[in-house]
Design a protein around this ligand. Sequence first.
Ligand code: ADP
Ligand code: ADP
Length: 232
Amino acid sequence: MIKINNLTKHYQAAQGKVEAINGLNLEVNDGEIFGMIGPSGAGKSTLIRMLNLLEKPTSGSITINGTDLTALSSQNLRAARQKIGMIFQHFNLLSSRTVLENVAFPLEIAGVRKKKRLKKAADLIELVGLADRIDHYPSQLSGGQKQRVGIARALANEPDLLLSDEATSSLDPESTRAILELLARIREKMNLTIILITHEMGVIKDICDRVAVLEAGKIIETGSVIELFSRP
Ligand code: ADP
Ligand code: ADP
């Protein structure tokens, strides 16, 4: 489903050229939960920013379901972006909006009519187990609850792909486990692909089907969780 071919991303920085991604190849199957680990500076965030179409590669291609993202017009780019959901370490909720309004927000941007978007947002809030918090503001929620809102919001446009950038890094172990269970349930129910970057080995072991290890802008290992963690 997702094919990354000979991808590079170079930045021009004050100290010279930075090769953040440097000839990266990867295939992620439909419905997979795919983990990405690697040291700080390896290029994980850069890769995520290209996958969610916030940044353009220097060269190479990213193909999702046969569509080359690097070749999209700006009009098609906007539509493609809506089919990619994203959750964040710090949740990135709008603090002046309620849970319902936060989840409905991407639908508002997509031009969905009010009645329809509020109904859809309410259904998603129920799905993530927050029906009793629908009119609360983010400041009234725990970290785990905020991330549930983040997940519901990311699902609003029915994405094919959900990207997770350290989504459990600021949560305690119990909330982390609950969020991972929710992600696994959503994968089954919504039939989507999840790519998550994390530095938490526990997260990888708990829910990832396969893992890639990123180092200096390249993938140095790919395998099933069992393969990768049973090597000497
Ligand atoms: P990771 O997420 O794995 O920590 P990043 O993708 O953030 O890695 O960074 C990879 C490399 O690219 C690092 O050397 C970083 O300093 C550099 N980099 C990232 N973004 C920029 C940018 N906007 N301008 C210049 N260099 C950048
Ligand atoms: P800014 O442009 O200053 O980031 P916005 O009001 O556009 O502020 O967005 C605030 C937050 O809401 C962002 O950090 C982002 O995570 C989230 N957000 C914005 N647009 C969308 C969207 N279409 N889908 C999901 N989340 C979004």
